[in-house]
Design a binder for this molecule. Structure first.
Ligand code: AMP
Ligand code: GLY
Length: 418
C-alpha cells in the first residue's frame, strides 16, 4: 500500500516510521515532513491547510491511503478534500473535527451522549466570565473555545489571571477543576467500530514536578502499571462508544483517531478534552509497542472496515518518550541552534529519535521549533525504558535545551497516586 502522511511534527515522524516498518506498506510519502521523516519517507511540498493541494498531491503520487496528522488541516477540511478525490483518508471531516475545534461543541456532544465530563459554562462577556469563576471557585480553569495548539488553557488560583486570559481569548469555556491523574486514551474508529489503543500518560507542564506553564507535552509513557484494570473497558463503554454513536446520529460520523484526555478523579473518570488526531508525544510511545500493522488499523478506519481488523496487539514491554525542547520553550523558543548526537542516540538499543522542530540549514541539523525532538525507548519494563530514553537524551547536544527528568518516574517507583 502507498501511503501519504501530512504534517511536520513528532507525531507525523512516529506515524511515518511505523508505516515504514509495516510489511503491508510499499511506499511512505510525507508532506511537508521534516529531516527525520526524510529518512523513512519521500518528502513533497504542500500546504497542509490547502485541502485541494493535499488531494492533488495524493492523486499525483498514486497514494492509496492519506493520513492527516495535525488538527488544523482536519478542522479546515483536508480529509474531506482527499475523500472527494476518491482516496481513502484517515482523519475526520471538518464537521467531525469540531470535537477538537470547539470546546463548546465537544461539551454539547458529551451532554447529549451522557459522557462524564467537568461542569462548564460557555462565556462571551466579562460578566458571564466573572459569574462562572465565582460559581466554581479556585482553582480556576479557563479554556479558549478555539484551537490553540495546547496553549489555550489556563489553570490558576489567581482570579485576575483567569479574568485576563478570558478577556484575551474572546469566547471561553470555564470549567470546574478536575483533580486526579491524567490519562490519554486513543481510539481508532471508522465511525461505527471503536478500537481503543493502550492508555498512555502525557506530561503537559514544562518543568519537573509539574511546575511551569502548559506545553504541547514534554514526555509520555505506556502502559500505565498503576491504572485500574477496567480503565480501557470503562472508558470505551462510557466515553468512546457513546461519543462515536452521537457523532453518527448527528450525521457527522467521526472517522479517524478519537483522543480522550481524561482525569481519574475521586468521583470517577471525567473527560478533560477530546482531540481529533493522534496526540504528541503519546503517539511515539504507543506506536513503539504496536504489533498490529499500523496500516491495517488506519486503512480499516478510512474504508469503514475496521470490524474486520480486530483488537490491536501489543508488545509486552514499556515505552518512554522524553521531549527535548529549545531554550525559551514554550514562551519564545530559540531557533537555529546546532543539534549534535542524534546518530549516537539512535545507535542505542531500543531507541528511536523522533524529529519535531528540526531543519537542515547549510548541511547541518538545527533547531526550528519549540519541541525539537523526542527520544523514544522501549524496554522490558518502565525502569529499562526510562534508562534507555535518558541515555539517549544525554547524548543529544543543543545549546540551552531543556527536558524533564521525571517522565514516568512516579510510575516506575510505583508512587503514582490514583
Ligand atoms: P486541554 O487543552 O483541555 O487538554 O487542557 C490542557 C491541560 O490543562 C490538561 O491536560 C490539564 O492538565 C489541564 N486542565 C484542563 N482542564 C482541566 C480541568 N477541568 N481541571 C484541571 N486541569 C485541567
Ligand atoms: N499530548 C497532547 C496533545 O497531543 O494534545
Amino acid at each position: 500500500m502507498k501511503t501519504l502522511v501530512i504534517g511536520t511534527g513528532g507525531r507525523e515522524h512516529a506515524l511515518a516510521l511505523a508505516l515504514s516498518r509495516d510489511p503491508q506498506v510499499s511506499e511512505v510519502h510525507a508532506a511537508p515532513g521534516n529531516p527525520g521523516i526524510a529518512a523513512v519517507a519521500t518528502l513533497h511540498e504542500v500546504d497542509p491547510m490547502d485541502g485541494g493541494a493535499v488531494a492533488a498531491l495524493a492523486v499525483s503520487i498514486g497514494a492509496e491511503l492519506v493520513v492527516i496528522g495535525p488538527e488544523a488541516p482536519l478542522v479546515a477540511g483536508a480529509a474531506d478534500a482527499v475523500r472527494e478525490a476518491g482516496i481513502a483518508c484517515f482523519g475526520p471531516s471538518a464537521a467531525a473535527a469540531q470535537l477538537e475545534g470547539s470546546k463548546a461543541f465537544a461539551k454539547l456532544v458529551m451532554a447529549a451522549a451522557e459522557v462524564p465530563t467537568g461542569l462548564a459554562h460557555v462565556c462571551e462577556t466579562s460578566e458571564q466570565v466573572e459569574a462562572a469563576l465565582d460559581a466554581f471557585g479556585a482553582p480556576y480553569v479557563v479554556k479558549d473555545d478555539a484551537l490553540a495548539a495546547g496553549k489555550g488553557v489556563v489553570v490558576t488560583s489567581d482570579r485576575q489571571e483567569a479574568v485576563d486570559h478570558a478577556a484575551a481569548c474572546g469566547r471561553v469555556v470555564i470549567e470546574e477543576f478536575l483533580d486526579g491523574p491524567e490519562v490519554s486514551l486513543f481510539a481508532i474508529t471508522d465511525g461505527e467500530t471503536v478500537l481503543p489503543l493502550q492508555p498512555a500518560q502525557d506530561f503537559k507542564r514544562a518543568f519537573d514536578g509539574d511546575a511551569g506553564p502548559n506545553t504541547g507535552g514534554m514526555g509520555a509513557y505506556t502502559p500505565l502499571p498503576w491504572a485500574p484494570d477496567n480503565l480501557v473497558a470503562e472508558v470505551t463503554r462510557r466515553v468512546l462508544v457513546p461519543t462515536v454513536r452521537e457523532m453518527a446520529r448527528r450525521g457527522t460520523p467521526f472517522q479517524g483517531l478519537l483522543y480522550a484526555g481524561l482525569a481519574l478523579t475521586t468521583r470517577g473518570v471525567r473527560v478533560i478534552e477530546f482531540n481529533a488526531r493522534f496526540g504528541d508525544p503519546e503517539t511515539q510511545s504507543i506506536l513503539a509497542l504496536l504489533r498490529t500493522p499500523l496500516s491495517a488499523l488506519l486503512n480499516g478506519a478510512a474504508t469503514g472496515t475496521l470490524a474486520e481488523v480486530g483488537l490491536p496487539q501489543w508488545e509486552r514491554a514499556s515505552s518512554v518518550t522524553v521531549v527535548v525542547a529549545a531554550e525559551g520553550y514554550p514562551e519564545s523558543p530559540r531557533k537555529g541552534d546546532r543539534i549534535e548526537g542524534v546518530e549516537r542516540a539512535e545507535a542505542l538499543d531500543g531507541v528511536d529519535v523522533i524529529h519535531a522542530g528540526t531543519a537542515i540549514v547549510d548541511g547541518a541539523l538545527v533547531t526550528a521549533g519549540g519541541r525539537v525532538l523526542s527520544v523514544t525507548a522501549v524496554g522490558a519494563d518502565l525502569a529499562e525504558a526510562r534508562r534507555r530514553a535518558y541515555a539517549g537524551v544525554d547524548l543529544i547536544e543543543i545549546h540551552g535545551a531543556h527536558h524533564r527528568s521525571d517522565i514516568a518516574l512516579a510510575a516506575e517507583q510505583e508512587t503514582m497516586a490514583t
